[in-house]
Ligand binder design. Structure first.
Ligand SMILES: [Zn+2]
Length: 433
């Protein structure tokens, strides 16, 4: 495809007018003020009319539980521990591998609708999640949840062999779109032995690791009581978890010392403003993290606590809520928020050549229809995209050069089937409870 005469946000998220962007073999191979010479232009294939459009890097969802689309609208308005123990866990005990496939496929449909091409996921039955992401044509860093109560190590758990199977079957699958990560669900759902085993497993095999950290005040304080004053960040640091590449989700209750550790260890912090607000968990100290050089990326979290995969909503919240909570209108700029949703998210997934509109980068792109009334005037297109635009303005989403959503159509997904499957499966599960 050759995007012709299109306005875009470049690799520094600076606005550039009337550009020409050529995509071939999954990458951006041409970017310029003028059309490529005619032979090259023809080789790109379809010419996409860029008038009244805005081209952005696609979005990277750095923290999700995709099969939880099955739980959308279920167990509303509960605090996290009651929500988890009394509602979510009993529901999840009834979820089958096939349920996970359809839940993930529906999540993929929703994500690509809103410009997302990649997500970091932690759940169960991850082989089904991987199949769904492969079928949808998008990218996934999957991680099968480590839950370890009592004094058990990793080799006492079925997870170890499941993980080895996942690596054998899916690591680098679909041209590198699928990445297998390690996982520690959280401090409060595991023991130190299993945690340090998992950290060692990840280090030995050069794998990334996903973990929930300090999502609620209760989790943060109880961890300190259980582990001689260590916060979840220090606890995980003491067990070697932070010695490799880690994405730590939430980090709502981290203290100043924790933030220094996160910065020093190069931890990617996936913040989830919608989920944290909905569950009444609080606000992660994002301005402080950014000030101290922590890499902040953005996630939707699961659909029982958001309840949608429209990352433009999370982007809007990220750029807005700290201005209110800190009384500083400069806190978290639109550019910082969009960088969190794009390049920083890609880097959190180890995707070095993704997340920016630049020659040589993977062609992970989304196009916004900027013809609606919210988009005029174009005094500050980046602010328009973050504060005035909507996920529904996305009119094309491309992953590795392949169109996965365009103008109300999903070329890779049977959305009607996915909706029907998820609705029927949710009904079945609720009936069994
Ligand atoms: Zn989560």
């Amino acid at each position: 495809m050759l995007f012709a005469n299109i306005n875009l946000l470049d690799d520094n998220l600076d606005f550039r007018e009337n550009q020409w962007v050529g995509v071939a073999d999954g990458r951006i191979t041409y970017l310029g003020d003028t059309p490529p010479e005619s032979a090259a232009a023809q080789a790109f294939g379809e010419v996409y009319d860029g008038r009244e459009k805005l081209l952005l890097p696609a979005l990277y969802n750095a923290h999700a539980h995709a099969p939880m689309t099955l739980l959308r609208g279920y167990a509303e308005n509960l605090p996290l521990q009651a929500w988890l123990n009394d509602a979510v866990f009993p529901f999840e005990a009834k979820i089958t591998p096939q349920d996970c496939y359809w839940g993930t496929l529906l999540a993929c449909a929703e994500m690509v609708r809103y410009g997302v091409v990649s997500f970091s996921d932690m759940y169960y039955h991850m082989q089904e999640g991987a199949r769904a992401a492969i079928d949808a044509g998008i990218k996934m860093n999957l991680s099968d949840s480590l839950i370890a109560f009592g004094d058990v190590g990793l080799d006492d758990l079925p997870l170890q062999s499941q993980l080895i199977d996942l690596i054998a079957n899916f690591q680098g699958a679909a041209d590198g779109r699928i990445v297998v990560d390690c996982n520690i669900h959280a401090e409060y759902t595991s023991n130190p032995r299993a945690v340090s085993d998992m950290a060692e497993f990840a280090r030995e095999r050069g794998l990334r690791l996903q973990v929930h950290v300090s999502e609620t005040q209760l989790e943060h304080e109880e961890c300190k009581q259980r582990h001689g004053g260590l916060t979840p960040v220090r606890y995980f640091e003491s067990l070697g978890v932070l010695d490799g590449p880690v994405t730590a989700a939430h980090c709502v209750w981290v203290d100043d010392g924790d933030i220094d550790v996160l910065a020093a260890k190069g931890v990617h912090v996936a913040v989830n403003p919608a989920s944290n607000m909905k569950l009444g968990s609080g606000f992660a100290p994002v301005p402080k993290m950014l000030e101290r050089g922590v890499s902040v990326c953005l996630g939707t979290d699961g659909m029982a606590s958001n309840n949608n995969h429209d990352m433009f909503q999370d982007l809007y919240l990220l750029a807005l809520l700290y201005k209110g909570s800190t009384q500083d209108p400069a806190a978290v700029s639109p550019k910082q928020a969009l960088a969190a949703a794009t390049r920083a998210g890609a880097l959190s997934q180890g995707r070095e050549d993704c997340g920016l509109v630049a020659e040589g980068a993977r062609a992970d792109l989304c196009v916004l229809d900027a013809s609606g009334p919210s988009w005029a005037p174009m005094t500050d297109p980046l602010s328009n995209a973050v504060y005035a635009g909507h996920g529904a303005d996305v009119c094309l989403t491309m992953c590795d050069g392949r169109v996965v959503y365009r103008d109300g159509a999903w070329p890779t997904i049977d959305v009607e089937r996915a909706k029907a499957e998820v609705s029927a499966r949710t009904k079945r599960i609720i009936g069994e409870l």
